[in-house]
Design a protein around this ligand. Structure first.
Ligand SMILES: [Zn+2]
Ligand SMILES: [Zn+2]
Length: 190
């Protein structure tokens, strides 16, 4: 396995584990995902010199996301980490300067103790056994980038403010996503 110049697997998995609370299976996989992704896009100093060049899309709200967050310094609140909750162990690493992006997907269902055997040694397992990696294009809009909000509009139905072009246009009406879909994750109970 090639060692990226931003750290060895052992150093990185330790950092990611500290952020997450323990070094679980997902943290080990997430560490390897980050190493694979950053190397492909040519980023070696994600929290220093390269920090303005990097954006990551993650596709799950689990441990791997914590590893990616800890090691890349990308955060939802900085708009450098986008969470697409597809329930997939996958992430796309984007170099905003060179406009290159690679999507890293965990192969099969790599579970701890699968086949009743021991957990694989994540420090040495070849990348091609762990992941499917493809170069991808990620169209980013100005309203997806870090910086000040580019727009604020009120929803015509609930009156709440929607920022950064996340509104939906229904003919003449401007609606927020839940109002336009008539469905949401919460119910008002009082
Ligand atoms: Zn975990
Ligand atoms: Zn609304």
């Amino acid at each position: 396995m090639q060692t990226p110049s931003f750290g060895t697997y052992e150093e990185l998995v330790e950092q990611a584990g500290q952020f997450h609370g323990d070094i679980c299976h997902g943290i080990k996989i997430g560490t390897r995902m980050t190493m694979a992704g950053l190397r492909r896009i040519g980023i070696t100093d994600p929290k220093g010199a390269d920090r303005k060049k990097l954006m990551v899309f993650v596709e799950i709200d689990r441990c791997t996301t914590d590893a990616i967050m800890a090691l890349t310094g990308c955060r939802p609140g900085k708009r450098t980490m986008k969470i697409r909750d597809y329930g997939k162990m996958a992430a796309t690493f984007i170099n905003l300067e060179t406009n290159t992006a690679f999507r890293v997907v965990v192969k099969g269902n790599r579970k701890q103790g699968e086949n009743g055997g021991e957990e694989p040694d994540f420090a040495t397992l070849p990348e091609e056994e762990l992941f499917t990696i493809n170069e991808v294009a990620v169209p980013l809009r100005p309203e997806d980038m870090p910086g000040k909000p580019l727009s604020r509009v009120p929803c015509a139905r609930c009156g709440e403010t929607v920022m950064d072009g996340r509104e939906v246009r229904d003919g003449e009406r401007v609606l927020c996503v839940p109002c336009s879909a008539a469905v949401d994750y919460y119910r008002i109970t009082d």
